[in-house]
Design a protein around this ligand. Structure first.
Ligand code: UDP
Ligand code: MG
Length: 313
């Protein structure tokens, strides 16, 4: 039977959480009123995750999986899932049970009442480190200020999206994928469902600081050009300051016998300051050029070594 609901779960080294995840998701799937498929995307795990996926599929043919040929990162894994799902809508959730599967019926209820995008918005982050909460809090608020579109704060990738939105996302060729942003960018009727985010069921966090930082950068670079304009503003500011300084020095030269602006210190500070500003500006430019380079190369987003369970119906 053609599935109506699709669940997408990207995973990377999640052998400790998988059995519990599949148990809870199966309970939810059994309680739903329409045929459902569970699409697990193995993002190049190095542990026993793939073996587990194989056995899950043998026990329950509603469970399908895609094995990416290496680790491509969470956003790309979700993208792969979106490319393969067959349902009229898809729900994306994490493998570590931080996104409670029991919220799925509530998301579906909102979808049935006419919303094409239903995102889960966290009200609490239980047991996440102080530093992570602090950075996440400020990142979402800064991004909201910088971005040209309205990206709701405190939303992760846990959401439901309608087939019309899935098709649009699938037709977007861009490589620097920041799905939370793209999801807002498409428009349509969107609504939030509040939930409190549980702590990870088992295992280590797979989003290392480096990966989170990259995601944050991608979010800013793909949705805002304000950082590019920043160098113009800083440049203008420096020009005005130097004009003022020139006038001041002229005044001191003519009217004050011993100019207070002597010595290396002043010059050194000015040189270092401008040097730093220039380097930062070049760095910002570099971020954007790096993204352009990624896009221009036009490589496929991911490579797949195994696709199991997607029977043509
Ligand atoms: N994940 C992935 N590929 C990666 C890193 C993470 O598919 O390279 C998955 C991971 O298995 C989990 C989800 O992305 O299902 C979120 O990762 P994690 O819980 O480590 O990060 P959090 O969002 O909680 O900070
Ligand atoms: Mg997590």
């Amino acid at each position: 039977m053609q599935p109506i609901y699709s669940l997408i779960v990207p995973l990377y080294n999640e052998q400790d959480t998988l059995p519990e995840l599949v148990r809870r998701l199966t309970d939810v799937m059994n309680s739903l009123d329409e045929p459902t498929e569970l699409v697990l995307i193995n993002d190049g795990s190095k542990d026993q995750s793939l073996m587990l996926l194989r056995s899950f599929h043998q026990q329950d043919d509603r469970i399908c999986y895609i094995n990416l040929a290496r680790n491509f990162g969470h956003q790309i894994a979700v993208t792969a899932g979106l490319n393969f799902v067959r349902g009229d809508m898809a729900i994306i959730l994490d493998a570590d049970l931080q996104d409670p599967p029991e919220l799925i019926p509530e998301l579906i209820k909102q979808w049935r009442s006419g919303f094409q995008v239903v995102y889960a918005q966290r009200t609490k982050r239980i047991e996440e480190s102080w530093g992570k909460r602090f950075l996440a809090y400020w990142f979402y608020r800064v991004l909201r200020k910088l971005a040209d579109i309205d990206i709701p704060t405190d939303t992760g990738d846990f959401c439901l999206i309608d087939r019309s939105v899935i098709d649009i996302l699938n037709s977007m060729p861009e490589r620097t994928r920041y799905l939370r942003g793209l999801r807002s960018w498409v428009g349509f009727n969107q609504t939030a469902v509040p939930f409190s985010r549980d702590s990870r069921f088992a295992g280590e966090v797979k989003y290392t600081f480096r990966k989170s930082f990259k995601l944050a950068m991608n979010g800013i670079v793909s949705f805002s050009q304000v950082p590019l304009r920043l160098s113009t503003y800083v440049g203008l500011f420096a020009a005005i300051v130097s004009l003022f300084m020139a006038l001041l020095i002229l005044y001191w030269r003519i009217f004050v016998p011993h100019s207070p602006l002597t010595g290396f210190t002043m010059i050194l500070v000015a040189v270092f300051f401008l040097g730093a500003v220039q380097l930062v500006c070049i760095g910002i430019l570099g971020e954007y050029i790096g993204c352009i380079y990624e896009e221009v190369k036009g490589r496929p987003l991911y490579t797949v070594s195994e696709i199991v369970g997607f029977k043509k119906s």
